[in-house]
Design a protein around this ligand. Structure first.
Ligand SMILES: NC(=O)c1ccc[n+]([C@@H]2O[C@H](COP(=O)([O-])OP(=O)(O)OC[C@H]3O[C@@H](n4cnc5c(N)ncnc54)[C@H](OP(=O)(O)O)[C@@H]3O)[C@@H](O)[C@H]2O)c1
Length: 313
């Protein structure tokens, strides 16, 4: 089987397509033919040697990126009863999804309803889980509250806009003007161009800021959070900086790291099947063109999600 790996940290050209042996199957695992793998900013940051992802794998190179996939079960270990050969599944893994075949714990994966297409399922797990946990588990968003979502047109943001709206919040979405119509269609109550400082200042007050950009941008948005309001800063690399600035401003603030919760995945895919949640897939690249996908995610201006394509049969 073919697999994209990095042998050293560096730019997108470090991604090399290699022939690899499919791993042996443990009794609690399934072998999955990958149809699509999600491409996320963390894949590119880890490839570049940055953040918690790189720290975790620095002694395990070569390494294959990819934290989410959709595919078909090829075979199941002896103790597995939840997924059988032929089942369509999706989910979050700890790496290695940029591979034609992936071996994964059966209980990490969730069935894909027949009404949900392969691409949509592949783009849902990481961004959907992050959006849901950021808004609810960490952000405690309640109906009637006003939430500001930065990077609202991106992978996490476009799902967060819809989930926040579904929770009964008033949603203020930050994006470049070319994404405003897209965000209104997803249900945003107000859309604001983050390049216009006066417009941004006029957003105040919000109960909750879901900061999906971090760093200087996260710090600048603190001034629109109401006194005693809440801040969830999602990019981990700059979390300490934003949390310190928020606390100094008298706000409640925390970072987060998404957790793999299959009940939440089942809830999210049900929302997609019932057409209450839309996953925008903006581009699909063949597995061999992983470097191009990484260059695109590194622009910081992707609308919705990017995928790598494995097998389609
Ligand atoms: N902690 C965790 O567990 C976790 C999980 C998932 C993601 N993350 C992190 O969360 C961040 C967002 O992830 P993602 O997948 O949604 O990223 P993404 O899809 O690459 O986000 C792209 C979006 O960012 C917007 N953007 C760029 N600069 C901006 C700015 N200064 N202000 C407002 N929006 C801006 C762009 O908007 P325009 O094109 O409209 O300009 C674009 O739509 C990344 O840093 C990622 O690593 C963390």
């Amino acid at each position: 089987m073919k697999q994209l790996v990095i042998r050293a940290f560096g730019d997108a050209d470090q991604l090399a397509l290699v022939e690899a042996k499919s791993p042996t199957l443990a009794t609690n695992e399934v072998r999955v033919k990958m149809h699509y793998a999600g491409v996320n900013p963390v894949d590119a940051k880890t490839r570049a040697g940055l953040g918690w992802g790189a720290a975790a794998i620095k002694d395990d190179l070569p390494w294959s990126p990819g934290l989410e996939l959709m595919g078909t079960v090829l075979e199941s270990g002896a103790e597995v009863s939840i997924h059988q050969a032929g089942d369509r599944v999706f989910g979050l893994l700890s790496g290695g999804c940029y591979s034609e075949e992936v071996v994964a714990p059966a209980n990490a994966l969730v069935a894909v309803p027949s009404s949900v297409n392969d691409e949509v399922a592949a783009g849902l797990a990481l961004a959907g889980t992050t959006a849901w946990q950021g808004l609810t588990v960490h952000g405690n968003l309640a109906a009637g509250e006003r939430v500001l979502i930065s990077a609202a047109a991106g992978g996490v943001g476009h799902l967060a806009v819809q989930l926040a709206k579904d929770l009964g919040a008033t949603v203020v979405a930050l994006a470049s003007p070319n994404n405003h119509e897209f965000l209104k269609e997803l249900g945003a109550d107000e859309v604001v161009d983050y390049h216009d400082r006066d417009q941004v200042r006029a957003i105040a007050p919000v109960d909750l800021l879901l900061d999906l950009v971090g760093g200087e941008s996260g710090c600048q948005l603190l001034s629109v959070v109401k006194p005693g309001g809440r801040v969830i800063t999602v990019p981990t690399i700059t979390a300490d900086e934003v949390i310190a600035a928020a606390k100094a401003a008298g706000l409640e603030a925390r970072g987060m790291l998404k957790d793999n919760d299959t009940q939440q995945l089942a809830m999210l895919i049900k929302a997609v099947a019932e057409q209450r949640l839309t996953v925008k897939i903006s581009q699909v690249y063949p597995l061999a063109q992983g470097a191009a996908a990484h260059r695109q995610i590194e622009t910081g201006h992707t609308r919705g999600k990017l995928l790598l394509q494995g097998a389609t049969d």
